[in-house]
Design a protein around this ligand. Sequence first.
Ligand code: GDP
Ligand code: MN
Length: 381
Amino acid sequence: MNIHEYQAKEILRGFGVPIPLGKIATTPAEAEAIAKEYGVPVMVKAQVHAGGRGKAGGVKFCKTAADAKEKATAILGMKIKGLTVEKVLVTLAVDIGSEAYVGIIVDRQRKKPVFMVSAAGGIDIEQVAAETPEKILYLPVDTRYGLRAYEAMRMGFFLYPDVKLAKQAAKIMQGLYAAFMASGCSLAEINPLVGTPTGELIAVDGKMVVDDNELDRHADIVALRDESSEEPSEVDARNCNLTFIKLDGDVGCVVNGAGLAMATMDLVKYYGGEPANFLDIGGSSNPEKVVNALRIITADANVKCILFNIFGGITRTDDVANGIVTATKANPLKVPIVIRLTGTNEEIAMKILTDNGFTASKDMDEAVKKAVAMAKGGKSA
Ligand code: GDP
Ligand code: MN
């Protein structure tokens, strides 16, 4: 789950990371009022779940309160990477002397949180990693001990030769690490960490991604969720207890089990197609889930063909067949459907489907090939 910059900054502030004063505005008048309250200059910053807001024109320096109002007018309602800006953060502008990158991610290979720090911050860290990898220090943390003082100092000195700055940076690393662990993050970063001309460090941008599997024990984080800034189909799916991720292809996939869903997407690609989504209807036997899944998938105008791939274990294939019949009776499909099912109650399922004018196969390769061909405009078999 993504949270906004202003929310991440509030959490980081709670762990002792220096953050410029800031408040949220949803109208230009509010932005102006905040600028008057704080004094200028201020930054007006789009709050959307997308990186590179600066380049997209969503981060503006404002010399006066009137300027803040004007910039907020331009930014509110603007689209960044397909997401509409509904809130801006109005925050005191900081004088920039240097810009560093400081981040932690969960590294699956090392099975540890790993710090990545670089004095070449501000811009794309991906570009720094690709072109000048020597400018990044990677430091894995042993979670049994936490981030040790000498490790934090090592990163501090990697960023700043000056001992006072290095010490400040080390303290910020400790705060970032504590916030990362306490919030169940998969990623937490400060980019840029600014060094001011007067020798202070301050976090000008903050980003946190919380591992969805941690949400059960972080009600405080769940409360930060902003559904208005998420992909609507993903919100709908989550509220129906479906695991769904929207993708850019045209073969809509309905599968039970995450492993089979991954394998199905691989096979779609293998046969030259592009999946429109990842969708796991789960292991339960519930026709309602199929109805919801079909509603969500068919709402995507890119979908040219729907592919069901069900391996019946705990999931009863007859329940899935009933779900398909119910859903398509209520909302007749405008795109072809290819059904592959096998396993528990498959004879009953096949009969339900054929009685209702569907064809189904038990062969996964065959079904995927057919779905890919249909999505490409081939005729239905
Ligand atoms: P991002 O583009 O989404 O990563 O947004 P950031 O918050 O990182 O802002 C992008 C860039 O705007 C930064 O790298 C800075 O160069 C600039 N910027 C952001 N905040 C300030 C500020 O307080 N003062 C000044 N002078 N520049 C800022
Ligand atoms: Mn940034």
